[in-house]
Design a binder for this molecule. Structure first.
Ligand SMILES: [Zn+2]
Length: 282
């Protein structure tokens, strides 16, 4: 009786083994018979692989930057930045804050998203936070590839716009010496053209998850510096990335909350005062 029981157990285990094995054994055998797969494309995540040639730039490259010489006039004489008053999304949760210390790399912006909407398939329409001219827009031409486990593409590769994905930059000339640049990144698509004048009432695009992004959101990054720095800038080039990082950055919340506008004005004015002017040069 005991021996029969042991035999039944052995047979059951054996049957389970036989049931589990044939597929893998068969596929192993087939693998050995089939020729090795050729690898026609270089690994896009290998940093030693040279950058592929980007597609030619489309846009009004020959036209002058419409932002130059057109400072945005404020509607409020007491606040030169009165036009900046809007969040990029109608409804939002601040998911990732400015310079979050838990991130391995600094985060120079604020991420806005509203998961309840995008999980239901609703579009997250992106508005500009202030008035200005669209001086750069760049589609992420190799973003729609399999990323890492979170769907993110490499943050350091130019063909992914250095992790920004599809982006729009709006230039707001503060005065003749300083412009504010607001970048809206990780967009799914944008509805603007180079040179467009836009206000917070306009729609500029749809939040997406292009670039180094694991969820649908819009990354709002504010920088300021000399006017005209990013007119029709090609974000698939290292020089553009370096120029972007070389400008001064500002917490987007400073612009969005009117009570912080005096801080922005101080930063812009003091930076402008430090810049050498042609007349001052020896
Ligand atoms: Zn972000």
């Amino acid at each position: 009786m005991r021996r029969a029981l042991v035999e039944i157990i052995i047979l059951t285990l054996g049957g389970l083994l036989i049931w589990a094995q044939p597929v893998s054994a068969g596929s192993l055998f087939l693998h050995r018979l089939s020729p090795p797969l050729a690898d026609p494309l270089p690994d896009p995540y290998d940093p030693t692989v040279p950058t592929p040639t980007p597609p030619p730039l489309k846009g009004y490259t020959g036209l002058p930057n419409p932002a130059l010489g057109h400072p945005i006039l404020s509607t409020d004489p007491a606040d030169p930045l009165a036009g900046f008053s809007r969040r990029p999304l109608d409804r939002y949760l601040v998911a990732q804050e400015f310079l979050d210390p838990t991130r391995p790399e600094p985060h120079f912006g604020i991420d806005y998203t509203y998961p309840e909407d995008y999980l239901r398939g609703n579009t997250l329409w992106v508005h500009p936070i202030g008035p200005g001219f669209v001086t750069a827009r760049s589609s992420c031409w190799r973003c729609f590839v399999d990323g890492d486990a979170q769907g993110r593409v490499p943050v350091r590769r130019p063909e992914h716009n250095f992790g920004f994905g599809t982006l729009v930059i709006v230039e707001t000339p503060y005065n003749t010496d300083v412009s504010i640049y607001v970048m809206y990144a990780h967009l799914n698509r944008d509805f603007v053209s180079l040179g467009d004048y836009i206000t917070p009432d306009d729609l500029i695009g749809v939040a997406g998850s292009t670039g180094y992004s694991e969820n649908v959101h819009v990354h709002v990054e504010v920088r300021y510096g000399p006017p005209g720095r990013f007119w029709n800038a090609d974000f698939t080039r290292w020089e553009t990335r370096d120029r972007w990082l070389a400008t001064m950055f500002m917490n987007p919340a400073w612009l969005i909350f009117a009570e912080h506008h005096p801080n922005c004005v101080t930063a812009l004015d003091s930076w402008a005062a430090l810049q050498p002017r042609p007349a001052d040069l020896p």
